[in-house]
Design a protein around this ligand. Structure first.
Ligand code: GLC
Length: 432
C-alpha cells in the first residue's frame, strides 16, 4: 500500500508542486498541498519542502494565500484563471495566477509536523526559519481582514474556502440567495460521474459569489459587506488555531521573535474563547457553523463539528461530549467512520462529495485530535476504518460510509489516485 501511495504522489508531482488529482484538479490547491507535503516528508523531504515553497511563492503582498494556483493552462477544469480574474485585486501576486479566495490555513501545522517527521533535521529547520514569516503574514492577513467583529473568529466568503465545498450546511443560504443562471460548460463531469458531483444549479451559486467578489475587485471590506455568503466555519478556524499553536512552538525553537509570539498568543486566546462561546451547540453536543450574514448558527452536525479536537480548543468535558456524538450518531456498526455529514439527517447523501461520504483528510485530523484527548480506541477505529476503506476501494477522493455498499471490486468515489488520500495514508501507517 505504501509503495502504491508513493507512486501516486510521484505521478502527480509537476515540477515544484503536486496536483490533487490528474485531470479533475490539474493545479495546486492550498490545503491539499499541506497534506501532500506531510506524505512526502516520510520519503522525499526535498519534495515536501518544495511543495510548501511553491505554495508560499504564490502569496499576495497583503499575506493572502490563494486556494488554487494556476501554474499551467488546462482544458479540463472550470472555472479557471480567466473566470476568477484574481488580478483585479491590486495586491495579487503578479507571477502566479490564482483564484481570489483562500482555503483552510494548514501551512503552520504542516511545517511543525514536517519538522517532527524529520526528527528535527537541520535542513528542515533552516527551511522553516526562512519561510515561517510568510505563514505568520498569512495569519496576520486573516486576523486583520477577515475578523470583522474583532472576536478572533475569521469568516469565509465562499463555500470553496471551507474545503467542504457542497456540504448541506450551505443549502439554506442557496435557497434564499437567488443566484442567476450562468451559461458555462462543466468540465468536471467529463472526468467523474455527474451523480457524485455538485449539480449545475449548485454551480450557479458558486459562480454568483465569485462574480460579486470580482465586482468589488476582491476587496475584503467590500466582500464582508456585500457577499451573501459570510460564514464562521469551525473547521477553518480550528485549522487556523492549530497553526497558531504551531507557529508559537516553531518561533520558540528558532528563538527571538518575541513580538510575533506575543501577537500569536493574543490572537489565540481570543479565538479559543470566542470559538467555545459562539460555536458550541449545547443541544447537538457539537460545534456548528455560524452564518454571519444572517446572524444565526447553522445547526447541523458535520465532520467539521469535531475539528476543535484536532486544535486542542475544547475542554475535556466537551471533548467527551464530542466523542460521544461521534460514537452515537456517526459510529453505528453499519457505517465506517467518519461520515462528513450527520447520517441521521435527511440531507445525508452517502455518495455525493461533502454531503455524507468519508474523507481521508478529515479522518486524519480526527484521529490525531481524539488521540490527543485520550480517546485512543475511537481514534484507532477512525484510523483502521480509513486504511480499510483505501485497501478495499482504492486511493479515491472520498468513500461511501455504508459498509453494505462494499461488494468485491467496489470502488471509492470522485477522483482516482487522489494525492491527499495517498499522502495521509503514508502518515497513518507510519508508527505514530
Ligand atoms: C475539492 C474539495 C476541496 C479540495 C479540492 C482539490 O474541491 O472539496 O476540499 O481542496 O477538491 O482536491
Amino acid at each position: 500500500m505504501k509503495n502504491k501511495a508513493i507512486n501516486i504522489l510521484n505521478e502527480n508531482w509537476r515540477d515544484g508542486y503536486t496536483v490533487p488529482c490528474k485531470d479533475l484538479y490539474p493545479f495546486q490547491w492550498l490545503w491539499d498541498s499541506g497534506f501532500i507535503a506531510i506524505g512526502y516528508a516520510h520519503f522525499d523531504m526535498d519534495k515536501a519542502l518544495q511543495e510548501i515553497k511553491t505554495l508560499l511563492n504564490s502569496q499576495w503582498e497583503n499575506g493572502f494565500l490563494p486556494h488554487i494556483v494556476f501554474h499551467k493552462k488546462s482544458d479540463t477544469y472550470f472555472p479557471g484563471e480567466s473566470f476568477h480574474q484574481a488580478n483585479l485585486h491590486p495586491l495579487a501576486n503578479k507571477n502566479y495566477p490564482s483564484t481570489g479566495m483562500t482555503q483552510p490555513p494548514v501551512t503552520g501545522f504542516v511545517l511543525e509536523k514536517i519538522l517532527k517527521i524529520s526528527k528535527n533535521n537541520n535542513e528542515v529547520l533552516n527551511f522553516i526559519k526562512k519561510n515561517i514569516d510568510s505563514v505568520y503574514k498569512n495569519h496576520h492577513y486573516l486576523y486583520t481582514n477577515r475578523d470583522i467583529n474583532n472576536e478572533g473568529l475569521v469568516y469565509i466568503y465562499h463555500n470553496w474556502e471551507s474545503g467542504t465545498d457542497n456540504s448541506p450546511i450551505w443549502d439554506d443560504i442557496w435557497a434564499t440567495m437567488g443566484a442567476p443562471e450562468i451559461n458555462f460548460k462543466r468540465l468536471d463531469t467529463n472526468v467523474v460521474d455527474a451523480s457524485e458531483r455538485p449539480t449545475n444549479k449548485d454551480y450557479y451559486n458558486y459562480l454568483h459569489i465569485i462574480n460579486i467578489a470580482k465586482k468589488y475587485a476582491y476587496n475584503d471590506a467590500a466582500i464582508a459587506k456585500h457577499s451573501p455568503f459570510l460564514i464562521q466555519d469551525p473547521l477553518f478556524n480550528s485549522i487556523l488555531i492549530k497553526s497558531n499553536t504551531a507557529l508559537i512552538n516553531l518561533y520558540k525553537i528558532i528563538g527571538g521573535n518575541t513580538s510575533k509570539i506575543e501577537q500569536l498568543q493574543k490572537w489565540q486566546e481570543k479565538s479559543i474563547s470566542s470559538f467555545n462561546k459562539k460555536l458550541y451547540d449545547e443541544e447537538l453536543n457539537a460545534y456548528v457553523h455560524y452564518d454571519l450574514r444572517n446572524e444565526k448558527p447553522i445547526r447541523y452536525i458535520t465532520s467539521s463539528s469535531f475539528s476543535p479536537l484536532f486544535a486542542g480548543i475544547c475542554s475535556n468535558e466537551r471533548a467527551k461530549k464530542l466523542a460521544h456524538t461521534i460514537q452515537t450518531k456517526f459510529g453505528s456498526k453499519n457505517l465506517y467512520l467518519c461520515a462528513s455529514f450527520d447520517p441521521e439527517n435527511e440531507r445525508f447523501n452517502p455518495v455525493k462529495y461533502w454531503r455524507g461520504p468519508v474523507w481521508v483528510n478529515l479522518n486524519w485530523m480526527l484521529y490525531y485530535g481524539l488521540k490527543d484527548y485520550g480517546y485512543t480506541s475511537l481514534a484507532n477505529k477512525i484510523k483502521s476504518d480509513t486504511i480499510e476503506l483505501i485497501e478495499k476501494a482504492g486511493f479515491y477522493e472520498y468513500f461511501d460510509a455504508r459498509k453494505t455498499s462494499y461488494k468485491q471490486n467496489t470502488k471509492g468515489c470522485g477522483g482516482y489516485n487522489f494525492s491527499w488520500s495517498a499522502a495521509l495514508l503514508i502518515d497513518l501507517i507510519n508508527k505514530n
